[in-house]
Design a protein. Structure first.
Length: 560
């Protein structure tokens, strides 16, 4: 009994714990339950967003599995923020902050209630890294369950999704589509439950977490509204009880090799730049020293194999149809690009999980062969230069042009830039600069999908560059550079740029620079003063004081 109740025994055993047991009896515990492992089930279920609207139903399938396997569960909830709904306005400042709140809330509940194991269920961008950060901190046997991807919407016989309507804003402003089509795309782009369908941040992080070994095999690519996803949740409930018996904890799974596997999969899939931020944050929770150089090192040897939006043609359900994320992992493992000897939540190694998978059919074109990749190296590159001594992140998937030198068009906020784009004040050849949107300056590193989608909608997607100390949605595509460190708010050189300065983005040479001498940059910085923070109380004021730079994962805690 003690082995199965390593933490919860202090809460349920002995005469002194009669009051504790009395409270638990009121929520349904029986005498028999006090002898079982107590498993926390953390659901991010909410009708705030379609990504999470079905998660409470899935949580009940997890609880059913736990009961059948001989455990007892306690359901609790954590928050979610919908990036799609928050995009383009002040609400987006709270998105990245929510990752920290999610991690903190799961840690608080599970540590307070002495759970022997935890299953977390998430379905939106920050639920996933927030959950993994918490699981790493608490370090009891744990499984993450992805709520699943949405099915594509359809309009006039074509598949559409969330990015379709963001880009339609620019198209309608440019008079490229009618009012009727604009509304038609709006009303049909999100057909129901599930996370945004392309290889955007949610699907990227689900894939990365499966590659880390923290989800059951095949979990990442199952659509939300399928019996398979319900079965995935039930199986997670069964398996968590086994993990408690075997004492397989996150710190035994989340090793340096596991993170290298996750980066490898993200590169092969053409995943979101947000994966850089989130994987570094999770790694810091377990004391793994993951840096930007690891992404660059691995990206140079891993080809881009999977043709997924936003840079490609397909969505996650198409990948699921032909063999799924775990099929891609099998390809990479067979090619010697993944570590097969790492432990996973199945209780088996990655190689054991994948050994019986069949290769992809030659009759599909979602996943390319190693002889015919979309790009011979990873589509996410790390840039350095006199504008980013701490590094910056650029995604080149699907781009024809990966370099630009042009005059800066400088904006102090996302809103200023968006207005200029809509009013046709941005021209081909410009390099847009959006600053004071970093972790401290924003605060919260807003995503710029409204801006980048408007650029594409205006027909400028291949002819302008954009740099920012903020970040981008996984749905963004174009020659854009984010996560610039140091950020403007703490005196990074992006703070002293002026309209007309010549800026070079060269993804091939991993270069981001302004054509100014070191003396001129220093002279401008000597006259610069930091703007007053936007918040002086509440959660955002705390965040400003604690948050690190993007190059460190924008975390609010130091290494354990």
């Amino acid at each position: 009994m003690s082995d199965l109740k390593k933490k919860s025994r202090i809460m349920t055993e002995g005469d002194a714990r009669a009051p504790n047991r009395a409270m638990l009896r009121a929520v349904g515990f029986t005498d028999e339950d006090f002898n079982k492992s107590i498993i926390g089930v953390a659901s991010a279920g909410s009708d705030v967003t379609p990504c999470n609207m079905h998660l409470n139903t899935l949580a009940e399938k997890v609880r059913e599995g736990i009961r059948v396997a001989g455990g007892v569960s306690q359901l609790f909830h954590t928050i979610t923020v919908s990036d799609g709904i928050c995009m383009g306005h002040e609400g987006m400042k709270y998105s990245l902050v929510s990752r920290e709140v999610i991690a903190d809330s799961i840690e608080v509940v599970s540590e307070a209630l002495r759970h022997d194991g935890i299953v977390t269920i998430g379905g939106c961008d920050k639920n996933m890294p927030g959950s993994l950060m918490a699981l790493a901190r608490v370090n009891v046997p744990s499984i993450f369950v992805y709520g699943g991807t949405i099915l594509p919407g359809t309009y006039k016989g074509k598949d559409i999704d969330i990015v379709s309507i963001f880009e339609a804003v620019g198209q309608y402003s440019a008079k490229k589509i009618t009012k009727e089509d604009f509304r038609g795309i709006e009303c049909n782009s999100i057909p129901g439950a599930g996370a945004c369908g392309g290889m955007y941040t949610a699907n990227t992080m689900a894939s990365a977490i499966e590659a880390l070994g923290m989800s059951l095999t095949g979990s990442a690519s199952m659509p939300a509204v399928t019996s398979r996803k319900a079965e995935d949740c039930y199986n997670a409930g069964i398996q968590i009880v086994s993990l408690v018996k075997e004492d397989i904890t996150p710190k035994k799974i989340l090793t340096q090799k596991a993170f290298e596997n996750a980066i490898t999969v993200v590169m092969a899939l053409g995943g979101s730049t947000n994966a850089v931020l989130h994987l570094m944050a999770i790694a810091k929770e377990v004391g793994v020293n993951l840096t930007l150089s690891d992404f660059d090192r691995i990206g140079k040897k891993v080809p881009h194999l999977v043709d997924l939006k936003p840079g490609g043609r397909y969505v996650m359900v198409d990948l699921d149809r032909v063999g799924g994320v775990h099929g891609v992992m099998k390809m990479l493992l067979d090619e010697g690009l993944m570590h097969g000897d790492v432990m996973t939540v199945t209780g088996k190694t990655l190689a054991e999980n994948l050994k019986d998978l069949s290769p992809f059919s030659k009759d599909q074109d979602v996943v390319r062969s190693f002889h015919n990749p979309l790009f011979p190296s990873g589509p996410m590159v790390i840039l350095h230069g006199n504008l980013a001594s701490g590094g910056a992140v650029c995604k080149i998937a699907g781009l024809k042009n990966t370099t630009i030198t042009g005059p800066a068009r400088v904006f102090a906020s996302e809103e200023e830039c968006y207005e200029a784009i809509i009013k046709d004040k941005i021209k081909a050849g410009d390099v847009i600069v959006i600053r004071y949107e970093g972790p401290k300056g924003g605060p919260g590193m807003r995503e710029m999908l409204a801006v980048t989608a408007a650029i594409v909608g205006k027909g400028l997607g291949e002819s302008v560059g954009l740099i920012t100390d903020g970040r981008f949605s996984g749905g963004t595509h174009g020659l854009v550079v984010g996560h610039i460190a140091p950020e403007a708010q703490i005196g990074g050189p992006i703070a002293i740029l002026q309209d007309g300065d010549q800026i070079t983005i060269n993804a091939d040479k991993r270069l981001l620079e302004v054509k100014l001498s070191d003396q001129e940059i220093s002279a401008r910085l000597s006259k610069w003063t930091a703007p007053k923070p936007h918040f002086d109380h509440g959660v955002m004021a705390k965040y400003i004081k604690l948050v690190s730079q993007a190059s460190e994962g924008a975390i609010t805690v130091k290494n354990n």
